[in-house]
Every structure is written in structure tokens, then in C-alpha cells.
Design a binder for this molecule. Structure first.
Ligand code: SF4
Length: 326
């Protein structure tokens, strides 16, 4: 079948029915799928932006135990929000979420808006997140396009497409009867079946509607990862560990706590710990050394039993866990 079927209402209906039936049987049981609460759906969407589903689940529960409502989140101190976010990384998301919760309370009396236009007035909510909240929480007929949906739709129509065309295709295919489930079904298909490198076309519910039935040539599946080595100094004494706070004026993770970086040239020193850490397109080999701290005058000794309450960078948390300090 060519992609002309998208203009045929009967074929679109058939596509929707097959996809939704597959979703009912195959959807993962995720905590944010058991609720219609727009606040919880919003939190999950922000957490999922740059973090894998399995990593998000425990943080989602922890964050909502700490801030069960938008009012509680809006009233919290930023340091508490960052501490509850710790381990998820990309702390800008936590800051904009916090700012958006305050704006929701101030401008919308604490009620999460039910339409894209108002949702997009909130910090950190763009075309994707506004469409996800509006359709999933409120059943509004708006299409959602994330990376998974973009890949699925391009394979379905059999050619690379510009953003505008992908959004138009998603809107054309959307069912107005159950838009929230339809959007989630298309994303789920991309996550479980129409996966980046080797799509599982043999078990795809919409293979009859797909032009490509395999990876689409001409589209890069993944950005190549860069490799870097980075060294940190871990110093402990009398039940305390030496940490530094990132400057407030830095653009990346301002105000977060981390270990001091070890001096360059220490590459010959045998590390006490080695681990791996990935951030977007870079894979880090992380070496943790014992190194005198005299050059780190801006740091401070923090009692081990207080360390876990600080907003730590994801990497600092990883190192301190590996060293059994938290
Ligand atoms: S048939 Fe294959 S390429 Fe096409 S949508 Fe299904 S899994 Fe993706």
C-alpha cells in the first residue's frame, strides 16, 4: 500500500482500530497511565523528556510523595525541588517545572490548563508536552509528535519528512474518539516495535499500512557518542566528605553539589573507583582519585548523613553511591 491511504477515511479508521487494539493488549503498565490527573501526567512528561522509562519510575513516585499537588510544588523551596529531582539530571527541567507550578497557581488558581494554548504559556511546556497533557489528561483531539512518533510516521509514509509534514500526518491520522490513547499507542509502537535500528515489522499491527516495512534509508538512527575521560577527587575524614557547590551563575546545574574535579595530569594515578556515565552524546569514563584538596578553597566538608539531602548532580550521586557514602 502506498501512502495515499492516509487520504482515505476508511483506511485511516482501519489503521486507528488496529493500532488501538494492539495498544490495549501490549501497553506497558506504567504508573502515569493509571491516572487522569493532569498534574501527574505533566510530571511524568517532563521527567521522560531526557530520561528512560525504567529510570523515571522510582523518581516519579518519590517526587510525587514529596510534592503530591501543584500547590505543594509551588510552595516548595527551590533547593527541596532540586533535591527531590536529584538522580534524574538535566536540572533545568526541575527549575522550569517549579516556575511553571508557581505560574499555574498564580494565573490558573492551581488548575492545570486543559488546552494547548494556555499550557504553552507555562515555562518548560512546548508543542509536544502541551499536546501530550491536553490529549492524555483531558481527551483533547491534538496530535503528539515525539522522536518515536516521528520515526514511525516517516517509515509509514516511506520518506524523510520535515517537521511540519510529520505534524500534519499525525493530525490526519489522529482519532477524535480517543486521542489520548491513540497518541500513546503511536509512541508505544515506536518504543516497543518500530524501534530505531531493527524494527520488528513481523509483529507490527500496522504493517499493511507501512510503505517502508524496515528502517528508512537516509535517516540517521543515532548520533554517534563521543568518548571522554574525567577525574574527580574523593576526600573523606571523620565521617564527612569534601564537596563543592556549583556557582549560581553557571548555566549548567547551578547550585548543585558535586565532587571537585581532580587536577589534570593525574591521569597516571591509579583510581580508587572507575565508572561510566553518559550525558546526551558523550560517554564519560569517570576516574575517582584520592587527591589533596588544598586547591579547592570553595568547597566544604559535609557530614555523610547530610549528603543525601543535598541537591547532588547525577554523577556525584553515582560516585557517592559507588563509594558507599550514601
Ligand atoms: S512495518 Fe515495520 S517499519 Fe513499518 S511501522 Fe511497522 S515496525 Fe515500523
Amino acid at each position: 500500500m502506498g501512502n495515499g491511504w492516509i487520504d482515505d477515511a476508511r483506511q485511516r479508521k482501519l489503521f486507528q482500530r488496529k493500532l488501538l487494539a494492539w495498544y490495549e493488549l501490549n501497553r506497558r503498565d506504567l504508573p502515569w497511565r493509571r491516572t487522569q490527573d493532569p498534574y501527574r501526567i505533566w510530571i511524568s512528561e517532563i521527567m521522560l523528556q531526557q530520561t528512560r522509562v525504567t529510570a523515571v519510575i522510582p523518581h516519579y513516585h518519590k517526587f510525587l510523595r514529596r510534592f503530591p499537588t501543584v500547590h505543594k510544588l509551588a510552595a516548595a523551596r527551590e533547593s527541596s525541588v532540586l533535591a527531590a529531582w536529584s538522580g534524574l539530571g538535566y536540572y533545568r527541567r526541575a527549575r522550569t517545572l517549579h516556575a511553571a507550578s508557581k505560574k499555574t497557581v498564580k494565573n490558573f488558581a492551581g488548575k492545570i490548563p486543559n488546552n494547548r494554548e494556555e499550557l504553552m504559556t507555562l515555562p518548560g511546556i512546548g508543542p509536544y508536552t502541551s499536546a501530550a497533557i491536553a490529549s492524555i489528561a483531558y481527551g483533547q483531539p491534538v496530535a503528539v509528535v515525539d522522536g518515536n512518533v516521528r520515526r514511525v510516521l516517516q517509515r509509514l509514509i516511506g520518506k524523510p519528512a520535515a517537521d511540519r509534514q510529520v505534524w500534519q500526518t499525525a493530525e490526519r491520522l489522529l482519532t477524535h474518539e480517543n486521542p489520548g490513547n491513540f497518541n500513546q499507542a503511536l509512541m508505544e509502537l515506536g518504543a516497543l516495535v518500530c524501534v530505531p535500528r531493527v524494527p520488528k515489522c513481523a509483529s507490527c499491527p500496522v504493517t499493511a499500512h507501512c510503505v517502508t516495512r524496515g528502517p528508512l534509508s537516509g535517516i540517521a538512527n543515532k548520533t554517534p557518542q563521543k568518548k571522554r575521560t574525567i577525574s574527580y577527587a574523593l576526600n573523606c575524614r571523620n565521617g564527612s566528605v569534601f564537596l563543592i557547590k556549583r556557582p549560581q551563575e553557571t548555566s549548567l546545574m547551578p547550585g548543585m553539589w558535586e565532587l571537585p574535579q581532580a587536577a589534570a595530569g593525574n591521569i597516571a594515578t591509579t583510581p580508587i573507583l572507575s565508572l561510566r556515565h553518559s550525558i546526551t552524546v558523550t560517554d564519560y569514563k569517570v576516574r575517582v582519585l584520592r587527591e589533596p584538596i588544598s586547591v579547592q578553597s570553595s568547597g566544604t566538608w559535609v557530614k555523610n548523613n547530610r549528603v543525601g539531602t543535598l541537591p547532588l548532580t547525577g554523577l556525584a550521586r553515582k560516585i557517592l553511591r559507588a563509594a558507599k557514602i550514601i
